[in-house]
Design a protein around this ligand. Structure first.
Ligand SMILES: NC(=O)C1=CN([C@@H]2O[C@H](COP(=O)(O)OP(=O)(O)OC[C@H]3O[C@@H](n4cnc5c(N)ncnc54)[C@H](OP(=O)(O)O)[C@@H]3O)[C@@H](O)[C@H]2O)C=CC1
Ligand SMILES: O=C([O-])CC(=O)C(=O)O
Length: 439
């Protein structure tokens, strides 16, 4: 095994990206056309044996200059010197999975990237390439992240590249984990946040549409994640809308934790936990359909007042309380929940159970407004796809709250009409509309 920094002879491939970017920026969403990737496979950049002969140190020393060429600098490349076809241990290794991560120098990514590289997400026989998206302001930090990934000696991590142009970084991505977003600052109107972050997700949607794998799976984490995911969908008409998710798995995990603590059971006894709606303080943690040890929650926890009030509010406000304690928003647990969300899509859902994800509502069986991204109960066969669970109970309490979070998302959609190709934005959000982190 060898370790250094070098470059694949991929100049022609990368050189085309700015052209695609310019074309896409000029065109409307509808006029965007998918571009066939010129090179479908990503290779290891460093061959250990060759590296010794060629003098990898010289290549590494030239690396800073390469930033200026517009090529993606490559890091963390472990090319096994053994023959993949003849080594028993590696015979079952799968085709490389390429994962693009935005906000890669941020706090959540600082946990997530290492979980991805360790093999715990996609499996111990699944080599991966990480493509990290940053900005001018974070490029140095991003190099630091890449260096730490190199130094971690993950055998499944075949390539790390960093860049600031989504049209380069998203090229051929099988997964796009969109974390980077501007945090809401003091005094900033929510409408302004929707506009600033919405613009980021409109651009990234266009880039995904142009260069990612046609079946790329996208998980939007950056807030407000439901509406950011909707903006992405609208700007990526060639990618199935079903492939986009807004992360509400952290909310599901928080709800499971609270129910387990109240019932005095281990958290793995809590199942069928749905978070309905927006990743905001209007979200609805569903205790009507959730189960503890296979029994309806309301049979186990008889304190309905607690369920309707304390439980619900604790989950809705958990992010804000954590910010007050920590001075920053949940990062490690968010990373864990992204891992959970991916695993739920790449492994079959246990019989009778489900998971929550913010997905596109068109065609939903519950009567929720179409054309928004709403957290709902999903099941997967483990093929990266999902289906909505249809046999759920509904009562007045649940439905009333679902309508409130739905109204919030419909209002958010109006605020970003200019970014979804649906006309002039009109923003009239309720005062109490907040992200989980705002209190
Ligand atoms: N859905 C969920 O459950 C949760 C969502 N979140 C959300 O995830 C996002 C990332 O959180 P976290 O990693 O902790 O945040 P950090 O502040 O640590 O990192 C965010 C990254 O966003 C990037 N960014 C993109 N555009 C801007 C901009 N205009 N101004 C400032 N930074 C920008 C920055 O990277 P660069 O300069 O490289 O672009 C920065 O590194 C936030 O939106 C947060 O609210 C957090 C917790 C839970
Ligand atoms: O508002 C934030 O940035 C934090 C957040 O989403 C959460 O903790 O759920």
């Amino acid at each position: 095994m060898g370790l250094s920094t070098a470059y694949s002879p991929a100049g022609s491939r990368l050189a085309t990206a700015p052209l695609a970017a310019a074309a896409a920026r000029r065109g409307s969403v509808q006029r965007l056309h998918r571009r066939r990737p010129l090179l479908a496979t990503v290779r290891c950049s460093v061959d250990a044996a060759k590296q010794v002969q060629d003098g990898a140190a010289t290549i590494a020393a030239q690396e800073p200059a390469r930033h200026k060429t517009g090529r993606l600098p490559r890091f963390g490349v472990f090319c096994p010197t053994y023959d993949l076809t003849s080594d028993d241990k590696t015979k079952s290794w799968k085709k490389l999975v390429t994962i693009a991560v935005s906000g890669a120098a941020g706090m959540i990514a600082n946990h997530l990237l290492f979980q991805l590289a360790s093999g715990e997400v996609f499996g111990q026989d699944q080599p991966i390439a990480l493509k990290l998206l940053g900005s001018e302001r974070s490029l140095q930090a991003l190099e630091g992240v890449a260096m730490e990934l190199e130094d971690s000696l993950y055998p499944l991590l075949r390539e790390v590249s960093i860049g600031i142009d989504p049209y380069e970084v998203f090229e051929d991505a099988d997964w796009a984990l969109l974390i980077g977003a501007k945090p809401r600052g003091p005094g900033m109107e929510r409408a302004a946040l929707l506009d600033i972050n919405g613009q980021i997700f409109a651009d990234q949607g266009k880039a995904l549409n142009a260069v990612a794998s046609p079946n790329v799976k996208v998980i939007v984490v950056g807030n407000p994640c439901n509406t950011n995911a909707l903006i992405c969908i609208k700007n990526a008409p060639s990618i199935p809308a079903k492939n986009f998710h807004a992360l509400t798995r952290l909310d599901e995990n928080r709800a499971k934790c609270q129910l387990a603590l109240k019932a005095g059971v281990f958290y793995d006894k809590v199942s069928n936990m749905t978070i309905w709606g927006n990743h905001s303080t209007t979200q609805v943690p569903d205790f009507l359909n959730a189960k503890i040890d296979g029994r309806p929650v309301k049979e186990v926890i008889k304190d309905t007042k607690w369920l309707e009030e304390e439980f619900t509010m604790t989950v809705q406000n958990r992010g804000g309380v954590l910010i007050q304690k920590w001075g920053r928003s949940s990062a490690a647990s968010t990373s864990v929940s992204i891992v959970d969300a991916i695993k739920s899509l790449v492994t079959p859902t246990p019989e009778g159970d489900w998971f929550s994800s913010g997905v596109y509502t068109t065609g939903n069986p519950y009567g929720i407004a179409e054309d928004i991204v709403f957290s709902m109960p999903c099941r997967s066969k483990g093929d990266g796809d999902y289906e909505l669970v249809s046999d759920v109970l509904m009562d007045d309490f649940l439905w009333e709250r679902i309508k409130k979070t739905e109204a919030e998302l419909l209002a958010e959609r109006k605020c970003v009409a200019h970014l979804t190709g649906e006309g002039i934005a009109f923003c009239d959000l309720r005062e109490d509309t907040m992200l989980p982190g705002e209190m």
